[in-house]
Design a protein around this ligand. Structure first.
Ligand SMILES: Nc1ncnc2c1ncn2[C@@H]1O[C@H](COP(=O)(O)OP(=O)(O)OP(=O)(O)O)[C@@H](O)[C@H]1O
Ligand code: SF4
Ligand SMILES: [Mg+2]
Length: 327
């Protein structure tokens, strides 16, 4: 359903802006050669530290920004082809992190949820649109529906507002939803409810979801696959149970140890911040080099992508060394 092939997005950043005669321009590889596939009804968790490129990848998939190289093919169409058919636009919807800024405070819930239908389904009568809005509110458990239709966002809790965002995203029954940290700004007590709701909707409507999160601990609850991002690279990708229970990239170990997921104490593979001399990302070769304890000479060139078992990929020359003895 979705395929990314060698997608790259670079930004040029001006340095030494005060040096009039010699400003230098540095190229920042925000997304650097990312490829993966996602099937209909599958949930892909994208995880990685702040600045690793998760939101940029989401913007590329939804077509807000264009890649500098590579292809993004969704339902058989290139996302960057200007002649996409109309249904493309209603087939991907986004849920943002902040339920306060992502919905218009001056509109009634009915009108907020109806927005995608007004844009993409102009042929429907008002009554038909309202019927779809009622179904979306009911599916997201904003009940009694009659009451919620007439309310304004300031009358709702954070969790209810995020349900409104979800209702708006599903009202046109899209094929793919990209949820960018949809629960991180919500109270811990209601995060599980929202995740359960997304899971239910994927099962009942067969919608694929790209779920962006920092929270690896809850990601297994919803994900089928996981992609681990580091500095614009997808360093590990595969079935979520396989990757989390049998991690191969030193950075995946580092993320897992941060949430005490693994019991083995695996910092034999990576350097802790105290042990790292340089936080700089090398401009060539493996970007994790300065934080890695397994590095070897070949790591100064770009790591290859190895398929370890069906669909489990890792970009690391020394992934086999993960069996090394801790003692
Ligand atoms: N328009 C832009 N121009 C220059 N740099 C950009 C631009 N957009 C994003 N970046 C840079 O790209 C990198 C990745 O940003 P992105 O927002 O995709 O990260 P993220 O993984 O979503 O982080 P977070 O977890 O904090 O949301 C960051 O270093 C950011 O500063
Ligand atoms: S490629 Fe080399 S430097 Fe990069 S993570 Fe693997 S061992 Fe470490
Ligand atoms: Mg982000």
């Amino acid at each position: 359903m979705l395929e990314l092939k060698h997608v790259k997005k670079y930004y040029s950043i001006k340095q030494n802006a005060f040096k009039f005669f010699s400003p230098s321009v540095k190229i920042k590889k925000v997304i650097d050669d990312v490829s993966f596939e996602l099937g209909q009804g599958e949930v892909l968790v994208l995880a990685g530290e702040s600045g690793s490129g998760k939101t940029t990848l989401a913007k590329l998939i939804i077509g807000y920004i264009t890649p500098d190289a590579g292809d993004i093919v969704f339902l058989g169409q290139n996302v960057n082809n200007s002649k996409k058919n109309k249904s493309f636009y209603s087939s991907i919807q986004m849920i943002h992190q902040d339920p306060y800024s992502s919905i218009n405070p001056y509109l009634k819930i009915k009108d907020i949820v109806m927005e995608p239908l007004k844009i993409h389904n102009g042929n429907l009568s008002y009554a038909e649109k309202e019927k779809k809005v009622r179904i979306a509110l009911s599916r997201t458990k904003l009940e009694p529906v009659e009451e919620f239709l007439e309310k304004y966002p300031n009358m709702l809790s954070g969790g209810q507002r995020q349900r409104v965002s979800i209702a708006r995203a599903i009202v046109s029954i899209p094929r793919l939803i990209i949820a960018d940290e949809p629960v991180s700004m919500l109270d811990v007590s209601i995060r599980a409810e929202i995740l359960s709701l997304l899971n239910e909707l994927r099962n009942s409507l067969n919608i694929s979801i790209i779920y962006i999160t920092h929270d690896l601990a809850t990601s297994r609850f919803i994900g089928d696959k996981i992609g681990i991002m580091f500095a614009g690279n997808l360093v590990e990708f595969g079935n979520i149970d396989e990757v989390l229970l049998n991690p191969l990239h030193p950075y995946t170990w580092m993320l897992l140890d941060a949430v005490n997921f693994s019991s083995s104490g695996s910092n034999v593979y990576y350097k802790t911040p105290e042990q790292t001399n340089s936080f700089n990302i090398p401009s060539a070769g493996c970007k994790f080099y300065n934080s890695c304890k397994l590095s070897s000479n070949e790591c100064t060139s770009d790591p290859q992508k190895y398929e370890i078992s069906k669909g489990h990929f890792v970009s690391c020359f020394n992934y086999k060394k993960h069996d090394i003895d801790d003692n």
